[in-house]
Design a protein around this ligand. Structure first.
Ligand code: NAP
Length: 226
């Protein structure tokens, strides 16, 4: 039996997800690089070295959990795919379709995928789930603006605590991470953090040793408040 760990990365075709895929493959994991567009997944996977397999996966697709399970064993799930589509709004004028679209990608997608892979991880006694959150998510810093994005990431943080608690003692470690303000399409041209650094803590959490932390929130490999 192969001892090579299998990692699924969502939104792996560009930005932080692409870099996480690159770093995990360089560490010797088999990476299933997923993207909502199958051709983009293929193109991105072809540009990486190591054991990288492209896979079409829209995290909002109700069939996504079943499709993920077709892969067989999943040891690591990186819930990275995300949208930030409410920059022009406040909580008082947010169109509800923007809220729904945001929650579908940033909360319900990660939830349904984690729910799909957790039973197998628990059964095999190994799993790492990394939820890519944001500095706009913590309740300790909650303020106005970007309301759908903030609520989605705050909820993703809550999801992290719930899953970590329900899986405690099973060697399935579930954590959230703020990558910083990262130089990607989402981060924009003024972002100070290179994508290699933005991916680092995610990869660290995805490859934690047994007995590592669970149910916590990290930035730059250090725990931060919720
Ligand atoms: P990005 O460059 O905009 O990339 C977003 C990725 O998510 C793309 O691959 C995109 O695919 C994918 N995606 C969007 N909707 C999807 C869906 N329905 N199904 C599957 N994939 C979907 O953003 P990024 O900066 O790399 O962000 C990655 C994660 O980090 C996000 O969760 C984001 O909230 C978080 N984050 C980023 C920053 C930052 O400063 N960049 C800061 C804090 C947190 P397409 O190419 O098909 O659109």
């Amino acid at each position: 039996m192969s001892s090579q760990r299998v990692a699924v990365v969502t939104g792996g075709n560009r930005g932080i997800g692409l870099e996480v895929s690159r770093q995990l493959a360089a560490k010797g994991l088999k990476v299933v690089l997923t993207a909502r567009d199958g051709d983009r997944a293929k193109q991105a996977a072809a540009g990486l070295q190591g054991d990288v397999v492209p896979f079409a996966l829209d995290v909002t697709d109700p069939q996504a959990p079943a499709r993920l399970l077709e892969l067989g064993v999943v040891d690591v799930l990186v819930n990275n795919a995300g949208v930030f589509i409410d920059r022009d709004y406040g909580g008082l004028n947010l169109p509800m379709e923007v809220l729904r679209d945001t929650l579908e990608v940033n909360l319900i997608g990660p939830w349904q995928l984690a729910e799909a892979v957790a039973p197998g991880m628990r059964q095999r006694g190994y799993g790492r789930i990394v939820n890519v959150s944001s500095g706009l998510g913590p309740m300790s810093e909650m303020s106005g603006g970007d309301p759908a994005y903030r609520v989605s990431k705050s909820s993703l943080n809550a999801l992290t605590r719930i899953f970590a608690d329900e899986l405690r003692g099973t060697n399935v470690l579930v954590n959230a991470v703020c990558p910083g303000w990262v130089q990607t399409d989402m981060g924009g041209p003024r972002a100070p953090v290179p994508v290699t650094q933005g991916a680092d803590t995610i990869v660290w959490l995805a490859t934690l040793p047994d007995g590592g932390p669970t149910g916590s929130f990290f930035r730059d490999r250090r725990q931060i408040p919720w």
